[in-house]
Write a protein that binds this ligand. Structure first.
Ligand code: ATP
Ligand code: MG
Length: 217
C-alpha cells in the first residue's frame, strides 16, 4: 500500500519538510535541484509528487494523491469537494488583502459607491469579500504579478497575499483592507482515509503533534 503526498515546490515544500521528518519521512531528492516530479522517500511505502500549488487539491480530490498540503487561499478557490481537511499546519502564513496605488483614495471611492475594478488570482475570495461589504466590483482574473495591474490601469485595486508588504511598497501600492489570515492545511482524500487508515492515521497524528510542538514559535 503506497501513500502519495502532493506538495508544491518552494515555501510549502520547505515548511512541510520538518513535519514530514517528524512523521519519519525524508525525501531522497530535493525538488529545487532535481527535475523529478515523483520523489522517493526513505520509506518504500511513501512517495511525494511535486505539483503547482493550486493543483494540490485536484490531485487529492481525484485520489491521485492520498494527502497534500495546500494554502487556505487555494482551498477556498477550489471549493474543497472530496477533501477532508483535518489539520491546520500553521505554515506559509500570510494575509489576503486588498491593495491599491498609494495615491488612490480607496475609502472615498467605497463611500461614493463607485464601481471598482479588482484584479486578482483569488476571484472566489474577492467576490465573497466585496459582496459582504456591499461594494460593486468588476473582477478581472489574473494568474500572477497582481501588483502590476493598478500601475498600468488594468484595475483600481488588487486582492493578493501579503506577508512583509515589501512587494507592495516596492510598487507604490498600499494595503487598505485585510480579508483573511492564510496558512496551509493538510488535505486528505476521503476514500484514502477509509481504505488506508492504518498507514495514514499515524502520519496525521505525527503531523498534529509536530504542529503542536512548534506552536508559539
Ligand atoms: P504558482 O507559483 O504555482 O503560481 P503560488 O505562487 O500560489 O503558485 P507559492 O508562492 O509557492 O505558489 O505559494 C504557495 C502557498 O503559500 C500559497 O497558496 C499561499 O497559501 C502561501 N503564500 C503565498 N505567498 C505567501 C507569502 N508571501 N508568504 C507566506 N505564504 C505565502
Ligand atoms: Mg507565489
Amino acid at each position: 500500500m503506497t501513500i502519495t503526498i502532493a506538495l508544491s515546490k518552494g515555501r510549502i515544500f520547505e515548511e512541510t519538510l520538518p513535519l514530514l521528518n517528524a512523521a519519519g519521512i525524508t525525501p531522497l531528492d530535493d525538488p529545487e535541484s532535481s527535475r523529478k516530479l515523483i520523489l522517493a522517500t526513505n520509506r518504500a511505502d511513501v512517495r511525494l509528487i511535486i505539483v503547482r500549488a493550486s493543483d494540490v487539491p485536484t490531485y487529492v480530490q481525484y485520489g491521485a494523491a492520498d494527502l497534500g498540503v495546500a494554502g487556505k487561499d487555494v482551498l477556498n478557490e477550489h471549493g474543497g469537494t472530496g477533501l477532508y481537511q483535518p489539520l491546520d499546519l500553521n505554515i506559509a502564513r500570510c494575509r489576503m488583502m486588498v491593495a491599491v496605488r498609494d495615491d488612490f483614495d480607496y475609502e472615498s471611492a467605497v463611500r461614493q459607491g463607485a464601481r471598482l475594478r479588482v484584479a486578482t488570482k483569488y476571484v472566489q475570495a474577492a467576490r465573497e469579500h466585496f459582496a459582504a461589504k456591499g461594494v460593486h466590483v468588476d473582477l478581472i482574473k489574473l494568474y500572477g504579478s497582481m501588483e502590476l495591474a493598478p500601475l498600468v490601469g488594468l484595475s483600481d485595486a488588487i486582492v493578493d497575499l501579503v506577508s512583509s508588504g515589501n512587494t507592495l511598497k516596492a510598487n507604490h501600492l498600499k494595503a487598505v483592507e485585510a480579508i483573511s489570515v492564510i496558512s496551509s492545511r493538510l488535505v486528505v482524500n476521503q476514500a484514502s482515509l477509509k481504505l488506508k487508515r492504518v498507514a495514514i492515521q499515524p502520519m496525521l497524528d505525527a503531523f498534529a503533534q509536530a504542529v503542536k510542538m512548534s506552536a508559539g514559535d
